[in-house]
Design a protein around this ligand. Structure first.
Ligand SMILES: [Zn+2]
Length: 372
């Protein structure tokens, strides 16, 4: 499963390729793909993609006019959204996409269009004149076609966020072929410039999914239950969460409600880097171990991200940088010992006895059972 480094790097790739382009249509290709009923995907039609971000292992495709942080600071935009013509907003966003040189936040300018109807809104950064043109378009526009309930959603928050979970085998990629029934197809975002994004899932399980959220996605399922992103958690917050936990530290790291974005590979790598036994109870780590763990979380994610950013598409697990996860039976890079593993049904704990468990080799329960 992709973990934080893969998701972050992929969000960056998708941003570079698609931000600024208006959505034409979202289309589920499998009945299990879309997990939400309200708002309807049609509410996002005509809106530009303003960002591709992430939260834990989820990708966030935000459509609309502006980011919530800016709106909270400026105030008022949420009240005035939803008054323009979606088609004209799409036109404006196309113009913005063409002129976007990285200095201009397309979403903010678009928000100024709809919200203020003519005075240029918060603009004034001097870097981008798209907003000025767009104001003319927006102010002269007719009311939207409305009638589908979307306007109510837009009044609460002008952005609509598709939350995408790839799970184990999902992929979200540009869709050049746009086949009517793509193999493993789960959902497609078609854009006004004729490009598209396709969510696929290999295999027979259908566990990847899409949630469409109006407003702050952090307050809704599936993100509401997540702990802070692993690359952003501060040391004392981590210490508090560890001391309140009752499971082994390997399980703690993979529990997305404690901290988000760490999976099987990173949990093994982080604990090896921190020289902590994966089988230690999370609440028993002393201050010095918490320091090492916090640092190892940061460096392990940075290491993965640096490697992933070199790739054109999401990398495979076996190619990710690792010292223990794919090196069981081989020599530990930090000492002369051999990397060992304890196999569980859904994951494998890989560790170095000398570096992590005081030389103790732990029983491999699963293998022992198979041998009986
Ligand atoms: Zn070692």
């Amino acid at each position: 499963m992709p973990e934080l480094p893969e998701i972050v790097a992929h969000a960056e790739r998708l941003s570079a390729a698609f931000v600024g382009i208006a959505l034409k249509r979202f289309e589920p290709l499998h009945p299990a793909a879309l997990k939400t009923f309200d708002p309807r995907p049609a509410a996002a039609a005509g809106e530009p993609l303003v960002s591709v971000g992430h939260r834990g292992k989820y990708l966030l495709l935000r459509f609309g006019r502006g980011d919530p942080a800016a709106r909270e600071g400026g105030g008022g935009r949420g009240d005035t959204a939803g008054q323009g013509d979606p088609a004209l907003r799409a036109k404006a966003s196309e113009d913005a996409a063409v002129g976007d040189d990285g200095e201009c936040n397309v979403g903010d300018d678009d928000a100024a269009v709809v919200g203020d109807g003519g005075d240029g809104g918060d603009g004034g950064d001097g870097e981008c004149n798209v907003g000025g043109e767009a104001v003319v378009v927006g102010a002269g526009g007719d009311e939207g076609d409305g009638g589908d309930g979307a306007d109510d959603d837009r009044r609460r928050d002008p952005s609509l966020v598709f939350v995408v979970h790839l799970m184990q085998a999902g992929r979200l990629r540009g869709d050049a072929a746009q086949a009517p029934k793509p193999r493993g197809g789960m959902a497609r975002w078609s854009f006004e410039d004729s490009s598209a994004l396709l969510l696929t899932e290999a295999g027979k399980e259908r566990r990847a999914g899409v949630w469409l959220i109006s407003g702050d996605p952090d307050e809704s399922e599936p993100l509401a239950r997540l702990g802070p992103d692993a690359d952003a958690i501060d040391r004392d917050d981590l210490a508090r969460r560890l001391s309140a936990a009752s499971e082994r530290v390997h399980g703690f790291l993979r529990d997305q409600s404690h901290l988000a974005g760490i999976g099987r590979l990173l949990a093994n790598e982080i604990l090896h880097s921190a020289r902590i036994s994966p089988f230690t109870n999370a609440s028993r780590l002393d201050d010095e171990a918490v320091d090492r763990l916090h640092e190892a979380i940061r460096t392990s994610i940075e290491r993965g991200l640096a490697a992933e950013r070199q790739l054109q598409d999401m990398g495979r697990s076996k190619n990710r940088p690792n010292d223990v996860h794919h090196r069981v039976g081989r020599q530990c890079p930090n000492c002369d010992d051999t990397v060992r593993a304890v196999e569980y049904r859904r994951y494998r704990v890989a560790y170095c006895p000398t570096c992590q468990t005081g030389g103790k080799v732990l029983a491999d329960n699963t293998t022992s059972r198979f041998l009986k």
